[in-house]
Write a protein that binds this ligand. Sequence first.
Ligand code: NAD
Ligand code: IPM
Ligand code: MN
Length: 356
Amino acid sequence: DRTFHIGVIEGDGIGPELTAAATAVLEAALRPRGVRLEFHLEDAGAAAHRRTGTALPDGALERIRDYDALIKGPVGLPDVRHPDGTEAGLLGGLLRGGLDAYANVRPMRLLPGVSAPTTHRPEDIDYVIVRENTEGLYLSRGRGVRNERAASDQLLLTRKGVERVVRRAFALARGRNGAPADGVRRVTCVDKANVLRSFAFFRDVFDEVAASHPDVEAEHLHADAAAAALVAHPARFDVLVMENLLGDILSDLGAATVGGLGMCPSANLGDTAAYFEPIHGSAPDIAGTGAANPTSQILSAAMLLEHIGHVDEAGAVRAAVAGAYASGAVALDDRGRPKGGTAAATAAVLDGLGRM
Ligand code: NAD
Ligand code: IPM
Ligand code: MN
């Protein structure tokens, strides 16, 4: 009988509605096993920045390192900005950098019962985007230059940075349930090695790592071609690994093929720290209306369960989510919002969990 200490950043906009759903699901999944959870609220994000002048208070990073894991809602409010025009309430740099959480694992899965804008069958869309999370173009955050006439940011990749995220991608491909349609374990390197030196470097380091994983097929795809293939031929993909900005963009593209951003969870993984959040933002357009799809946050909680060693409970949460869509208990409208609202969608998952 043990207690897990889970940090919680509720986030901005729809964040609090979503994290409430996720903590309820975590409780429901672990309580029957006699496992206790203690949630530790961390006040962080754009609203916190507006109130206190900082998005992540002193000491928070140290506490977060000590928790068993952290569940994070989306943060950010478009009007909380730095003088340079970028947003001040975001935590990406502070948490991903601060915790050295270098692999952003973003599974994309089309669930039976979820309508999507293509004609693919659910079994055709089941792949994982591994986004490098600590360098690439994002390393330039706050360091770019800008004047009246021009502006620039630098895309920097390091051998250490590329190597470790590519290793993660291969490890994931080896350990994953669910192979692509042709049954071949595969890691796809997505880049623009045809144009930019930094990406040619990424590809070369990828090839070196691939050579020590002969049991996994390695392939390359230019990012523009990858965007098309993710829509037209998703069944061929297993694990994809790519630079930070490319991963940001292609994962939202993937989300559109599986029912929208509200379907997509993620794990930010380092060697010693981990946190779990939806891939989407704070959705200011629907905040406070109870319209958001909580699935992204609930599936992020499932990834957290797996991370803390409760693999069966993670599976139960995923099965409850899948069951809720398959039975029609949760149905999405054409904007990816559950027809009965956030609370009813959460209740349907809790119901399913209760019956397992
Ligand atoms: P967004 O992802 O918040 O919203 C894009 C569209 O998707 C909106 O129409 C929104 O209503 C919809 N949407 C998003 N999540 C949904 C859900 N769970 N259910 C139903 N619909 C959903 O992107 P944006 O508008 O570009 O950004 C809004 C804010 O969020 C910005 O401040 C941005 O910087 C921030 N952001 C934060 C994170 C994060 O914390 N990880 C990620 C992305 C964006
Ligand atoms: C994401 C978000 C963040 C990113 C923003 C809010 C900094 O879009 O997690 O995908 O670009 O990484
Ligand atoms: Mn994004």
